[in-house]
Design a protein around this ligand. Structure first.
Ligand code: ARG
Length: 566
């Protein structure tokens, strides 16, 4: 496709004779009465020693319009460019139709991105707090992959720590009382609470738990087997959710995997001379870089901590994957943790890797109010949230479309779309509220609204036997403002995906899909499609087809699936 921005930038560059490529300064004005692209001349004011409006005026004289840029205007310090709309529609329709994977690119070729996401803790419920990391990570994974990056999804399971010594002791004492095959997580939780209380009362039991953990680390078969059992049971439960959400990972190397790799971390840091002692613990002091809490590497009793295993993971990942970026999709409560380990990592791995470490931090999820939160207590399990939402989706669908055939399947897609979209449309750094009325509103800024718009395009396309051929299309008939809005959005799809990766922010894609759905609704309400004069009908059908494709692809990258009817 023609790169309009580049084309305009080149014209400006030729006129100004400056070396710097000005593409990055070119903006898309908020409304099209100010042109399709705008160049703010403020950036040149310093170099050219002139006021921006003067520069704009001079540039306009030097830049000629052509068959790509049809008109150039000066507005204040801005130079506004109008592009050839017929060319835009021709480009967009041709490309979308011929390219089965529209928006796909190879800009990521040769680069490796690791995404550390989900990471629930073994023997604990998979609660609503882990939903955001799972969905944000999954979306970023898909988008990076679509842009050609070599992408590795890692589930850094919380499967290590002294609590497993206690769990083993609990199992030894009461294992026969629990049938762990049924509802294992709740039972393991129960067992843990029980043994934890006993440990507080009885020093001997605590001693035994510590011994179990020591044995587990030393590879004692009984303890290792039990630990594996806890882990397998938990994973089986987690995968129930992953399967519903269609999420998977390339690696399940969790904390335990790094337990025997922490010695080297200590060794390297020691050699670099950055280890000091504080109250018996081994630490790296980070006062100098403005972090007042030191990073603990070893506790006073000599054992390593969460941070030490994360450092071992950085070392391992650098060696194993030679990554360009390693993203950690983890809630903001761990901001300090990541600041600390990223600082310490500078002593551990090459600068190239240390620079590629990024914490994709996100806010909290507020509990849904009302019935569900009281029924379930404080910890809302993802499974319950999903089931409840699918149930509500089914009620709505049954009411709107009583004759719909596969209601269960549609309800599942709609319910999940409501959850996924609601989760991803909140800017990551904001806290999020989950409310069914909002998330399931077919006319709101929601996942179901995107599906609803998709279904609408589908029903238009179902009315025709064969898609018109782009070569027979008169592109000039798509010159009305509604068509233009849709065309411009479709044109920007790849750019939007690139922005998602630059900011590691799925909300950008969510916003885009809403804009596209709204623009199509505007087009659909104002323009008759079927039954128009043949050449108009054909062009509008093709545009509808493009919207259908981009909505499906875009939503698919978020993990949302489209129903055929709803
Ligand atoms: N298991 C941790 C938790 O639930 C998250 C782990 C995130 N990943 C990491 N490499 N630290 O809070």
């Amino acid at each position: 496709m023609i790169d309009f921005k580049k084309h305009i930038a080149q014209k400006i560059n030729n006129a100004t004779q400056i070396d710097e490529d000005v593409t990055k300064y070119i903006e898309i004005p908020p409304d099209s009465s100010m042109g399709d692209y705008a160049f703010p001349c403020f950036s040149l004011a310093k170099v050219m020693r002139k006021a921006p409006p003067v520069i704009a005026g001079e540039l306009k004289e030097k830049i000629e319009s052509d068959d790509i840029v049809t008109k150039i205007e000066v507005k204040g310090g801005y130079l506004n460019f109008y592009i050839n709309k017929e060319l835009l529609s021709k480009e967009v329709l041709n490309e979308t139709i011929k390219n089965n994977e529209y928006g796909k690119s190879n800009i990521g070729n040769g680069k490796t991105i690791l995404i550390d996401y989900s990471a629930p803790n073994i023997a604990k419920p998979f609660h609503i707090g882990h939903l955001r990391t799972t969905l944000i990570g999954n979306c970023l994974y898909k988008v990076y992959k679509y842009l050609g990056y070599n992408t590795v999804g890692i589930n850094h399971l919380g499967d290590y720590g002294t609590q497993f010594g206690k769990m083993i002791e609990g199992y030894k004492l009461w294992g026969n009382e629990y049938d762990l095959e049924v509802d294992p997580i709740n039972k393991m939780m129960d067992m843990y609470v029980r043994i934890n209380n006993l440990c507080k009362e009885d020093e001997k039991v605590l001693e035994q738990a510590r011994e179990n953990f020591r044995l587990l680390e030393a590879g004692d078969p009984y303890c290792v087997d039990l630990w594996n059992k806890f882990k397998d049971l938990s994973l089986k439960e987690f995968y129930k959710i992953y399967d519903i959400l269609d999420v998977d990972f390339d690696s399940l190397n969790g904390e335990a995997f790094y337990a025997d790799k922490t010695d080297e971390v200590v060794e390297i840091l020691d050699k670099r001379g950055v280890l000091t002692e504080s109250e018996g613990a081994t630490i790296v002091d980070l006062e100098d870089v403005g972090i007042s809490t030191p990073c603990i590497i070893k506790k006073a009793n000599g054992s390593t901590i969460y941070a030490t295993r994360d450092l071992a993971a950085i070392l391992y990942r650098a060696r194993t994957y030679d990554f360009d970026k390693c993203l950690y999709v983890v809630a903001y409560e761990q901001n300090l943790h990541f600041k600390q380990i990223f600082e310490v990592a500078k002593y551990l791995v090459d600068e190239k890797y240390a620079k590629g470490l990024i914490h994709v931090s996100y806010g909290m999820v507020a509990l849904p109010t009302g019935k569900m939160s009281t029924r379930l207590g404080n910890v809302v399990k993802i499974e319950d949230l999903i089931n409840e939402t699918i149930g509500k989706a089914k009620e709505i669908i049954s009411e709107k479309n009583p004759d719909l055939e596969n209601k269960d399947e549609v309800a599942k897609k709609v319910g999940l779309a409501a959850i996924i979209f609601n989760t991803l449309s909140t800017t990551a750094n904001k806290d999020q509220i989950f409310d069914w009325n909002t998330a399931l509103n077919f006319q709101g800024e929601t996942g179901p609204y995107i599906q609803y718009t998709y279904v609408r395009t589908k029903s238009v396309l179902d009315k025709i036997d064969e898609l018109p051929k782009p070569k027979d299309i008169d592109f000039s008939v798509l010159s009305d403002i509604h068509s233009e809005n849709v065309l411009k959005l479709i044109y920007n799809f790849e750019d939007v995906l690139v922005q998602v990766t630059e900011k590691n922010e799925p909300a950008i894609l969510a916003r885009y899909l809403i804009d596209l759905a709204k623009a199509y609704s505007g087009f659909y309400n104002e323009n008759k499609i079927i039954g128009e004069e043949k050449k108009v009908q054909d062009a509008r059908i093709l545009l509808t087809y493009c919207v259908n494709k981009v909505l499906e692809t875009g939503a698919g990258l978020m993990g949302i699936k489209m129903p055929e009817k709803m």
